[in-house]
Design a protein around this ligand. Structure first.
Ligand code: GRF
Length: 189
């Protein structure tokens, strides 16, 4: 299917998905990278990969409804079928949820339902949790609340934040493309 990746920052998951497609491990066409932060490194990654990117500034629109209508048009123009969120730091509103019902996926760096929202790794460490991990889930109107598709966790006893972060990213970069592949092959989980 044709997919668009939404990212607000570094875009290492965007990269992992693009790499998996190139390596023949993920049957999808990444037609658009969308960011709400024009200076985000994901834009540069897209440029290097020859993938079209589209940046917008939410504060230049009067409402989420208006910028989502604009995005919807853009996505439809490109024939996008699935939205893949990868470090996109905004809630998806009714316009896109309706237009892409059950076809919006997110990755989150905690074992949901524990530690939704921002800085999930910091929350995990601050809570003294025994395990950290990653969740791939469907997106609904809530913050990291949609049905869970895949999870992977690991023990963190005594490990520093940098080590935990590195392990999380390593897992994400494998788990996200692999889960998308399963999803696109079976279109259910
Ligand atoms: C990832 O940890 C992802 O789980 C979270 O935001 C981070 C994005 O990293 N939602 P990157 O931009 O893909 O490098």
């Amino acid at each position: 299917p044709k997919i668009a990746v939404f990212a607000s920052g570094n875009g290492s998951n965007f990269q992992a998905i693009a790499d998996a497609i190139q390596a023949g491990k993920l049957d999808a066409e990444l037609v658009l990278a969308i960011t709400d932060r024009p200076a985000a490194f994901v834009v540069e990654r897209a440029r290097r990969l020859g993938i079209e990117s589209f940046s917008f500034v939410p504060s230049q629109y009067d409402s989420k409804q208006l910028y989502e209508e604009m995005l919807k048009e853009k996505l439809f123009e490109h024939g996008v079928e699935w939205l893949v969120l990868a470090g996109y730091m905004r809630l998806i509103g009714p316009v896109l949820l309706d237009a892409f019902e059950n076809r919006i996926i997110n990755i989150h760096p905690s074992v949901l339902p524990a530690f939704p929202g921002k800085d999930a790794i910091g929350q995990t460490l601050a809570a003294g949790a025994e395990k950290a991990g990653v969740t791939v889930h469907y997106v609904d109107a809530g913050m990291d609340t949609g049905s869970i598709i895949a999870q992977q966790s690991f023990p963190i006893a005594g490990r520093k934040r940098e080590a935990v972060e590195a392990e999380i990213h390593k897992i994400e970069h494998e788990l996200y493309p692999a889960t998308l592949q399963r999803l696109f092959k079976h279109s259910f989980i």
